[in-house]
Each structure stands twice: as structure tokens, then as C-alpha cells.
Design a protein around this ligand. Structure first.
Ligand SMILES: Cc1cc2nc3c(=O)[nH]c(=O)nc-3n(C[C@H](O)[C@H](O)[C@H](O)COP(=O)(O)O)c2cc1C
Length: 403
């Protein structure tokens, strides 16, 4: 007789990003989960990033649908099987395989991996897992240091560079910030023990892999030197004078020279005038983004800024957006308003926490099927046909900053 199987037992597969988030919340130690939720100050922007999508309606057809729908596209010359890229995040301590698991999942599902310079895995390992990797840099260190980091990313095979320049070192959240240890040694492990011992499955993964979460940034190591701690790297960043538009143009042209013309994205654009300056600085792409609401609180939801910016510069460069994407129909809404594709942050972090590489693949599958379902309902044969007419856009929805 076969062993009795409880038919209500949860399958590790999850049906939505919200379910993945709930699993991540249960699985992760409180400070790690809190670090992923992030957000800043009163949490206005992080909440708006998602709620603004709910203000947009869809205008479906009842018949005349297309039996086949296409969603392949390209961003910065990189062909992708769905219009969703992995946005760079420091995924430290979420899973022992960290960014390598995310990169493998992105490769398995035919999309681009964005790798943060604060990542816990090296650019060499990540490119080996997914050759379609864009390396992300903040404006930190002096120009020589930045050149050396660009050279390393290029030598590793990174196919593009993302410069994220919107960070404003906002401190403090009304709901409190999680404590992040300087380094996870035995002493710290004991101090965090009460929060961690209840998370047996999360600990077991690290025990099985024979590692403890190591809060260092290997991609910021000097040649032949040790990786700085997360705090050491953050200090360097905080004490670096902020970049000018000349610096943006310098970074773009330096990357082009040393990489033989590989593409460059400026991430964190909110204003139409900045988007135009980015075009003047020679970028190939921008991401309309408020850093997932982790930055300057009170900036509008990213989706509200897409249409004015895409209208201004979308014919010259690739305009992608990130912030608040939690379902396939969100992706369709962003594309209908002029984005070429979107990037996701927390959605894949929840998947990674819930089920490693398979969990990230699950997230990409959830988004793919949601995009396909929206395309079917809207009666279009592919994402290229989407226009604002497929949406119900309330009056005053868009925010044209600096137009
Ligand atoms: C925990 C966390 C860490 C992040 N780290 C980085 C980073 O290192 N570099 C970067 O460009 N953006 C970083 N971001 C921002 C994401 O790339 C992206 O802009 C944001 O998460 C999009 O919003 P979403 O999470 O609602 O999808 C981070 C976001 C989160 C939540």
C-alpha cells in the first residue's frame, strides 16, 4: 500500500508573488526579512510604487483574441524571452547560493541578470552562471578605483554596465531598521541566535552548504586584496563626492572604451529633464526608478513617471522601469505606457528566500503567465502592440517631473 500523502500539503510551487513573500517572511530571520522589505522614512514611496499599479485598469476584448502571443524583446541589445530583467540587489544572507542562484534562474528562463556591486558573489561566478549579466556600480571610490572595477567586470564577461546614481543616504524608517551585523562571526551568531534559532530551515541551508552568511562585497575588493565588509564599502560610498553630469558622461565613455562599446544604463531616473541629459551623456538605456522606495521618500511611484519620460526619450534609448512589479499585468501596464521592459527586485528576492533557484524560476514563470493572460484578454498578439489605449488611466495619473 502506498504511503498516505496529505492532499492539502503545500507544494513548494507558489502561485503568486504575494504567496512567495509570505513564505519568505516565515522562513527568514526577522532582521533579514526586514532588510529585504526595506523602504525609507514614512514608507510613502514604497507603498505608492505598488498601489499606483492598482489605479490602472485594463480594457479587455471578449472575442477576437490571438491564439499565440509573443513577449520576446531586447534591452541594450540583449535578447530576452520575456520583458522582465533581474534588477541588481545586494541579496546577502537570503540564501547560500545568493546571486548565483538568481543568475542561473534568469538564464534558465532566458533573461538578463543585474548584479549589484554590493553582491555577496563575485562577478566571475555570476557571469559563469549567466553570460547575459549586466554589472551594476554605484558612484563610489575615486576614478582609478572605478576603472579597475569596470575592467574586472568586463574581463569577467559582463555584457553591460548599470550605473545607479539616485541614492541619497536617507536614514531612518518610522517602523525601525533591522540591525545588520558588521561581520557574521561566532560572537555575532550567538547574539542573533534568539532570532535565528526559530528559523531552522534557513539555518540548515547554510549548514548544508558549509558557509555562514558573510557580509562582504567581493566585487569591491582591490586587485589581489581582501573583500571589504559591507560597512567598509558603505563608508567609501558615503565619503565619495556625488557625481556631476560630466562624471556620468565620463563613466559612460570609459566603459565604452574599455569594453569595446558595450552598453550602459543609468538607473534611478525620475525626471524628464534628467532623461534628456542622460541621452546627451550618451547612455543606451535608463531605468525609471525610485530605488524601490528605499531612497528619498515622497518621490512618485515609478509607474507614474514612465509615460512622460518614454514619450520624451523612448525613441532614442531603451526606457525600462522598476519599482512595485508584483504580477504580469503590472508588466503589461508598464509596457503599454511606453516602457520597453521592467526590472524586478523584491519579487525575485521573495522567490529566492522561499525556494532558492527554483523559487526565482517560479517567480519568472508567474510573471510570464500573468503577462500572457493579460495579452490574451486585451486581444493583442504581442507586447509590441500595447498602447495606453489598452488601459484605463485615471485623470492626473502621470507625473511629468521637470518636463
Ligand atoms: C534589499 C534591496 C537591495 C537593493 N540593492 C540594490 C543595489 O545594490 N543596487 C541597485 O542598483 N539597486 C538596488 N536595489 C533596488 C532594486 O534594484 C530595484 O530598483 C527595486 O528593488 C525595484 O523595486 P521592487 O523591489 O518593488 O521591484 C535594492 C532593492 C532592495 C529591495
Amino acid at each position: 500500500m502506498s504511503k498516505f500523502e496529505n492532499p492539502w500539503k503545500q507544494n513548494p510551487w507558489f502561485e503568486s508573488v504575494a504567496v512567495a513573500q509570505e513564505r519568505a517572511r516565515k522562513r527568514l530571520p526577522k532582521p533579514v526579512y526586514g532588510a529585504l522589505v526595506a523602504g525609507s522614512e514614512r514608507g510613502q514611496t514604497i507603498a505608492e510604487n505598488q498601489s499606483a499599479f492598482a489605479e490602472l485598469g485594463l480594457a479587455p476584448h471578449v472575442a477576437g483574441h490571438h491564439a499565440k502571443r509573443s513577449m520576446e524583446t531586447s534591452v541594450m541589445g540583449e535578447g530576452i524571452s520575456l520583458p522582465v530583467l533581474i534588477s541588481p540587489t545586494g541579496v546577502q544572507a537570503v540564501h547560500p547560493d545568493g546571486e548565483v542562484a538568481v543568475a542561473r534562474a534568469a538564464a534558465a528562463r532566458g533573461t538578463v541578470m543585474g548584479l549589484s556591486n554590493f553582491a555577496s558573489k563575485s562577478v566571475e561566478e555570476v557571469v559563469a552562471a549567466n553570460p547575459a549579466t549586466f554589472f551594476q556600480m554605484y558612484w563610489t571610490g575615486d576614478r582609478d578605483v572605478m576603472i579597475q572595477r569596470m575592467q574586472r567586470a568586463h574581463a569577467a564577461g559582463a555584457r553591460g554596465l548599470i550605473a545607479t546614481l539616485d541614492w541619497s543616504f536617507s536614514m531612518g524608517r518610522d517602523w525601525g531598521s533591522p540591525e545588520i551585523p558588521e561581520k557574521v562571526d561566532f560572537k555575532t551568531a550567538l547574539r542573533f541566535a534568539p532570532q535565528v534559532v526559530t528559523k531552522v530551515r534557513w539555518m540548515q541551508q547554510f549548514a548544508k552548504a558549509g558557509v555562514i552568511p558573510d557580509l562582504t562585497a567581493p566585487n569591491l575588493a582591490p586587485p589581489g586584496g581582501a573583500a571589504p565588509t559591507f560597512f567598509g564599502a558603505y563608508y567609501e560610498w558615503m565619503t565619495t563626492p556625488p557625481p556631476s553630469w560630466e562624471d556620468v558622461a565620463w563613466m559612460r565613455s570609459t566603459w565604452a572604451e574599455l569594453s569595446g562599446g558595450r552598453p550602459f544604463m543609468l538607473k534611478g531616473v525620475s525626471r524628464v529633464d534628467d532623461a534628456k541629459r542622460a541621452v546627451d551623456a550618451g547612455v543606451d538605456a535608463i531605468s525609471v526608478s525610485n530605488h524601490g522606495g528605499n531612497n528619498l521618500d515622497g518621490t512618485p511611484a515609478a509607474i507614474r513617471m514612465v509615460h512622460p519620460i518614454a514619450t520624451a526619450v523612448g525613441s532614442q534609448i531603451d526606457v525600462v522601469m522598476d519599482g512595485g512589479i508584483r504580477r504580469g499585468s503590472d508588466v503589461v501596464k508598464a509596457i503599454a505606457l511606453g516602457a520597453r521592459a521592467v526590472m524586478i527586485g523584491r519579487a525575485y528576492l521573495w522567490g529566492l528566500a522561499a525556494n532558492g533557484q527554483t523559487g526565482v524560476e517560479n517567480i519568472l514563470d508567474v510573471l510570464r503567465s500573468g503577462i500572457d493572460s493579460a495579452l490574451l484578454g486585451l486581444g493583442v498578439a504581442g507586447i509590441d502592440e500595447l498602447t495606453p489605449e489598452h488601459l484605463l488611466v485615471p485623470d492626473g495619473f502621470h507625473r511629468a517631473l521637470g518636463a
